[in-house]
Design a protein around this ligand. Structure first.
Ligand code: SAM
Ligand code: SF4
Length: 474
């Protein structure tokens, strides 16, 4: 079946639910594809075309070792072609963990009496941001439970406060949000605070399974959550992130549903999600861990490769829920953003560094607790270019006709120079002497691969950064 929006079981109408579980299951049914069918889909993707649901299902069903190896190799090739070697870095900042919902998998759920509840005061928030800035962070995602204490005005004020904090050479240049779905007016208020991406995960796209995990609180309304990012678009907030929590239901279903959600946004608003996240379930405080739908490491890597091929231009995020080795592996297959120096306990960034993790104070267990310095070191060792770039949304390059990497030559023209500038700032202001040397070696290697006059222009700007100028970007 050829991909056309008219053939969906449900039509794509703005603000209208668009997931039909039977449709997704129908795509996933049927035999493993032939090698010819698989190669045709891979060729389409390497040609940088978006894959249809049918094509994506072909990749998912191709589960023999030879096919999986082909898919992974293709994802590696595509990642190099579209993204180059740059990896965007950020950190999460938990602002408040009061919650009216009772999500079965989350340490913050209402009924978890062991959870230590806090909302950062303005002073604590400033201390946290200062501590993050002192590490060299430039991009944060603010995380909130769903509670009357956290209305849109509070989220917007928190973002404004974060932008206002300047410590030494530090500043936060992009504030993203992960919080509850809002109404259109709410999204408008948050947008006015100058946020980057508003991220909401559907958790599981399967409506019946969703009910089982969300028995109480506003989150039990599947459709209100599903259409949240439609309301964001209606509010003019066109930079949105989607995601599913892997481990709640069959990963094949969730992967296809993520592509279905992407299609919906593309058809209705002419712009897909900026990012897709695929957190795997972690142990949380007082949680009975159900392993029925657990996603193995091998299938996790496969899923990332499939998503990369299906949506070549969408950023893929892999957080510190995953162990360092796993993150290193999936970087090859298409992950373009990771967090570094992550702490989930409220107030922990400004606390004594040696405090052990306390599960009752965090949403779930963090598997990669390396410092930002150490994450950057490993990236440099693997010849990745760490980037703190925030240029696009500050230059207004979001929304219709712009998707992160859709313009030919975009990476060379904007992303690589901006990554180099922000890495140089980091090396000047925060790195150890050894890391500084390593970082500039990588920058030099990068410059040698660039054409003129770009390389010379970048060298000139690098000189200005070395002499103390900051926040230079294209
Ligand atoms: N409260 C808001 C919500 O639920 O959308 C936003 C913040 S919530 C703290 C962020 C995300 O963390 C959730 O959407 C969920 O996917 C993820 N999460 C919750 N429990 C988790 C667990 N045990 N392991 C991994 N991720 C989890
Ligand atoms: Fe609350 Fe979000 Fe945790 Fe659910 S996932 S309990 S809504 S913080």
């Amino acid at each position: 079946m050829k991909f056309t929006p008219e053939k969906y079981n449900l039509p794509d109408i703005p603000m209208t639910p668009f997931i039909d579980a039977a449709e997704i299951e129908a795509f996933l049914a049927g035999p493993r594809p032939t090698m010819q069918e698989l190669e045709a889909v891979i060729a389409k993707s390497l040609n940088k075309q978006r894959l249809s649901l049918q094509d994506t299902a072909t990749l998912i069903k191709a589960d023999d070792p030879e096919s999986v190896a082909l898919i992974k190799q293709a994802a590696k090739d595509l990642k190099k072609a579209v993204y180059g070697n740059r990896i965007v870095l950020f950190a999460p900042l938990y602002v408040g963990n009061y919650c009216m919902n009772n999500c079965a998998y989350c340490g913050f759920r209402k009924e978890n009496k062991e959870a230590v509840r806090t909302t950062l005061s303005r002073e604590q928030l400033i201390q946290e941001v200062e501590a993050l800035e002192e590490e060299g962070q430039k991009r944060l995602i603010l995380v909130f439970g769903e509670h009357k204490l956290y209305p849109p005005e509070f989220i917007a004020d928190t973002a404004r406060t974060v932008y206002s904090v300047k410590k030494g050479a530090g500043e936060i240049r992009r504030v993203n949000i992960n919080a509850a779905p809002l109404d259109i007016e709410g999204f408008r208020k948050v947008k006015e605070a100058g946020i980057g991406t508003y991220q909401i995960f559907q958790e599981t796209y399967h409506p019946e399974m969703y009910k089982l995990y969300h028995l109480a609180g506003p989150k039990k309304d599947y459709n209100y959550r599903l259409t949240a990012l439609d309301r964001a678009q209606e509010a003019g907030l066109d930079d949105v992130g989607i995601g599913a929590l892997f481990g709640l239901y069959d990963w094949r279903f969730e992967t296809l549903a993520l592509v279905r959600h992407t299609n919906h946004l593309e058809v209705c608003y002419k712009v897909g999600p900026h990012t897709i996240s695929f957190p795997r379930m972690q142990i949380a405080s007082n949680m009975a861990f159900n392993r029925k739908y657990e996603l193995s490491d091998a299938d996790f890597a496969r899923m990332v490769a499939i998503l990369r091929l299906a949506v070549p231009y969408t950023g893929l995020i892999c957080t510190a829920r995953e162990k360092a080795d796993m993150r290193r592996e999936v970087l090859q297959y298409g992950v373009s953003q990771i967090d570094g120096g992550t702490k989930l306990e409220l107030g922990a960034y400004s606390e004594d560094a040696d405090e052990p993790q306390d599960l009752n104070r965090e949403q779930f267990h963090v598997s990669d607790s390396r410092s930002l310095h150490s994450v950057i070191d490993t990236l440099l060792d693997d010849s990745y270019l760490p980037s703190f770039c925030t240029a696009c949304y500050r230059k207004g390059r979001t929304g219709e006709h712009f998707m992160e990497f859709s313009v030919p030559g975009f990476i060379k023209r904007f992303c690589t120079p901006n990554a180099i500038y922000t890495l140089a700032e980091y090396l000047e202001d925060y790195a150890s002497a050894a890391q500084k040397q390593k970082g500039y070696q990588l920058i030099e290697k990068q410059l040698q691969e660039l054409e003129e006059p770009a390389a010379t222009q970048i060298r000139t700007t690098l000189q200005r950064i070395k002499q103390g100028e900051r926040d230079l970007y294209l």
